[in-house]
Design a protein around this ligand. Structure first.
Ligand code: EPZ
Length: 421
């Protein structure tokens, strides 16, 4: 296993390029299953999750060719050879469940392993299944797998989501493109990754309206064609690196950054004493002056404050002036970074889905453990401004969602290195 060693040092200055969105790419890739024609994605991020999903698609008979050092994924599902998404792959990456809708819509059958939970929660998929049943799918849960049939193909239907689930919206949206008739998704998720998926599906010939709002309407078509689509900027990587100058001082320009992807997050940064301005190349971020101010944060579905930036924001607020209250409303166990931050001297009281952070002057470097993807990067950020050395273990979590962290942060002056344990 590898660790990352960060030594707190002065200001950070320079530019950080932002990659394509992991959470967009993980839903764009299964879209290839909907068509016999090639689908090519550009601006793809180089991450282990992408490699895992590529392997799953290939196990179904799709071809996935990685070009341009991994930034281009040329895919074709002309000859599908299997309907089985095996547990061995699905358990590594929960988003594999996103092959269920497209596979069922294209072939009329799918056998997909239930993904199981992960560190941050039970992560059920009941909303995915209910949506497909509303489109006429017959589902049976057996031996840890979803056995899905759609004899004569899926039919347009009305889907009322009990919760604005990102994944369930994506699965239903992809399935609806080939259903016979019209499908309406009510209380649909509004994340930018949903809009990016809809843009790609429209380029393939799908008829979709309302993406980005809570009601999406899809007019099914007989078949979809091919397309070339550029993956949208990763708003979570963007928000993560926007915090680097907030921790350390200095000014950092995030290349490709867009305020519209993170409006609620930027409002909180402003309240905390961090300036965000648009530049010709993206976004420039700097501390306004002096210490960070305490702010309260509640995570919500888009356009609210993103749960995927909660850990990073908590780390920043550990040295804010005053007390901050963070409420995690999306996942039931997403404060595992708190005990690790407390090893660095943070004062955090966790009670259920609420964490109360009392700001201290400075954190102290310490050996800490990454528990999940976003927690791992929050510990690295905390180490950037802590006194002394912080060693973050189990950084394989990091490789799932952040490409070239050491290179990107070194590029703006951070003292950071990756070592073998
Ligand atoms: C997506 O997960 C993202 N992953 C997550 O990012 C992100 O945190 C999440 O959306 C919320 O924004 C990908 O896009 C690959 P949900 P997803 O369905 O689709 C419950 C990261 O760090 N729920 O919106 O799984 C669920 O348990 C990852 O990049 C059901 O109860 O999120 C959770 O509490 C972490 N039944 C809540 O809804 C269902 O059928 C949000 O889940 C589906 C979800």
């Amino acid at each position: 296993m590898d660790s990352i060693i960060v030594t707190g040092n002065g200001e950070l200055n320079g530019q950080i390029p932002i990659a394509g969105a992991k959470n967009a790419c993980l839903t764009l890739m299964p879209a290839t299953l909907l068509s016999e024609e090639p689908l090519t994605l550009t601006n793809a991020p180089r991450l282990s999750d992408i490699a895992t999903l590529s392997a799953l698609l290939e196990s179904l008979g799709a071809e996935v060719t990685s070009l341009a050092d991994g930034k281009v994924l040329a895919m074709s599902s002309h000859n599908l050879t299997s309907h089985l998404a095996h547990y061995d792959i699905v358990r590594k990456m929960r988003a594999s469940i996103l092959v269920l809708g497209p596979l069922l819509a294209r072939t009329g059958q799918a056998v997909v392993s239930l993904p199981g939970g992960c560190a941050i929660g039970a992560r059920p998929v009941d909303l995915h299944l209910k949506a497909l049943e509303a489109m006429g799918a017959e589902l049976e849960l057996k031996d840890g797998y979803v056995h899905a049939q759609a004899k004569g193909g899926l039919k347009g239907g009305i889907v009322d989501f009990a919760f604005a689930s990102v994944g369930a919206t994506e699965n239903a949206l992809m399935a609806a493109t080939l259903a016979k008739g019209t499908t309406v998704l009510n209380n649909a998720a509004r994340e930018p990754e949903i809009v990016d998926l809809a843009d790609c599906l429209r380029a393939m010939g799908a008829q979709i309206d309302g993406d980005g709002t809570s009601t999406i309407t899809v007019q099914g078509v007989d078949r979809l064609g091919g397309a070339t689509h550029q993956v949208v900027t990763d708003r979570i990587e963007l928000g993560t690196y926007m915090l680097a100058p907030a921790f350390c001082g200095g000014e950092v320009e995030l290349l490709g950054g867009r305020i519209d992807l993170l409006a609620a997050f930027c409002e909180k940064l402003d309240a905390a004493g961090i300036s965000v301005s648009e530049s010709d190349n993206g976004l420039k971020v700097a501390r306004k002056n002096g210490r960070i101010h305490a702010v309260d944060v509640t995570t919500e579905p888009f356009p609210g404050f993103p749960t995927d930036l909660q850990a990073q924001m908590m780390a920043l607020l550990c040295t804010a002036e005053g007390t901050s209250v963070l409420e995690e409303k999306i996942f039931e166990n997403r404060f595992m970074h708190a005990p690790e931050l407390m090893r660095m001297g943070a004062q955090i009281d966790v009670s259920g889905g609420t964490a109360t952070v009392t700001g201290v002057e400075k954190l102290r470097g310490a050996p800490v453990m990454a528990t999940d993807l976003r927690a791992s990067v929050s510990l690295i950020l905390a180490g950037l401004a802590a006194e002394g050395e912080t060693r973050v273990g189990r950084v394989y979590h990091l490789d799932r969602g952040y490409e070239q962290v050491v290179r990107k942060l070194s590029g703006v002056g951070a003292h950071i290195e990756r070592v073998k344990d």
